[in-house]
Design a binder for this molecule. Structure first.
Ligand SMILES: Cc1cc2nc3c(=O)[nH]c(=O)nc-3n(C[C@H](O)[C@H](O)[C@H](O)COP(=O)(O)O)c2cc1C
Length: 311
């Protein structure tokens, strides 16, 4: 690509080579997809959610395919903070791509403690606060649906992040997502990521029982894309544009065209989630496709495209 077309992104002071991330929970801790793509070619990498203590997650079945996506109720299964530091951090230390650690928890104090411990690590560029997981009983989405709790958790964590980037991940399962976005931004979020999955259910009509052991799960994949694009545009117009806060957009992105839709809607960068299960290297193809789009439309800097929706 000619130097004339710049797809690098300034993301809260971090210089990203391109606007493409992989989404939390869909690429493990970086090593899982190493056979399928060179992770360091991405703009950014986000780990699976980490909690203070290890979690086994929900009973199986915990995923089910749907017409245009999938439901998951993994239940935040993860190795816990100590093992993450011992086993996963050394992998992250070798990566050249900026890595965000996604953090979840049951109490504000748990989130703050995990972040305080990890904020000392120079290999970590920032954090994604998962206050939007629909699949856990305590914590998870309950933090992200109440503006007062969003304010409380964001400001508590902001004190713990030091000079790292704090990104807050929003749930779409709310009446007005801009109210939640504004609460996060006013409490100190440096960036917003959106969206997490929609609470949903698939029923086995023979047994008349839900297919997932957890009964409900989070819907992701192409089915949610137009709603995600709409919500990104709504938050961009109503909240982040004035505050100059970047949005990391996600929800059903499978191709470069999908990614460009999110950028035009107002996302400064995008993340690929469910699509990686179908085609593990597709994030890299999306980077190539974005470059080609910029050349074809003579867009010399990808910034020009952000929020360029014509109404
Ligand atoms: C199997 C699976 C596991 C996920 N795990 C997490 C997680 O641990 N933390 C989190 O914040 N989001 C998690 N997500 C949500 C994704 O990061 C993303 O927000 C959502 O799936 C929408 O993007 P997509 O349609 O491209 O998958 C998970 C999604 C899937 C499909």
């Amino acid at each position: 690509m000619s130097e004339q077309f710049d797809i690098s992104v300034d993301f809260v002071g971090l210089k990203l080579a391109n606007p493409v991330f992989t989404a939390s929970g869909t690429c493990g801790y970086a090593d899982e997809l190493a056979d399928f793509m060179d992770i360091n070619q991405l703009g950014g990498f986000i780990t699976k959610s980490i909690t203070a203590k290890p979690r086994k997650g929900h009973a199986t079945p915990r995923i089910v395919e749907t017409d245009a996506g999938m439901l998951n109720a993994i239940g935040l299964a993860n190795v816990g903070l100590d093992k993450f530091i011992e086993e996963k951090l050394p992998i992250i230390e070798k990566m050249t791509v900026p890595v965000f650690v996604n953090v979840a928890g049951e109490t504000v104090a748990e989130y703050a403690a995990v972040i305080e411990r990890l904020a000392k690590e120079s290999a970590i560029a920032g954090f994604e606060l998962n206050i939007s997981c629909p699949n856990v009983e305590r914590g998870g989405i309950t933090f992200g649906t109440d503006p007062a709790q969003v304010t409380e958790i964001t400001s508590a964590v902001k004190k713990a992040v030091g000079d790292k980037v704090l990104m807050v991940k929003l749930s779409p399962t709310v009446t007005d997502i801009s109210i939640i976005a504004r609460a996060a931004v006013e409490a100190g979020a440096d960036a917003l990521s959106m969206i997490n999955t929609f609470t949903a259910m698939v029923i086995d009509i023979e047994t008349r029982k839900p297919v997932l052991a957890n009964k409900t799960g989070g819907l992701s994949g192409p089915a949610i894309k137009p709603i995600a694009v709409y919500l990104v545009n709504k938050v961009y117009k109503e909240v982040t544009k004035n505050h100059r806060i970047p949005i990391l957009g996600m929800g059903g992105i499978r191709t470069a065209s999908d990614a460009i839709e999110f950028i035009i809607a107002g996302a400064s960068a995008i993340a690929v989630g469910t699509a990686s299960f179908i085609e593990p290297g597709c994030a890299i193809k999306i980077i190539e496709g974005i470059k080609k789009y910029c050349v074809r439309h003579n867009i010399s800097n990808i910034k020009e495209l952000v929020g360029s929706l014509t109404l």
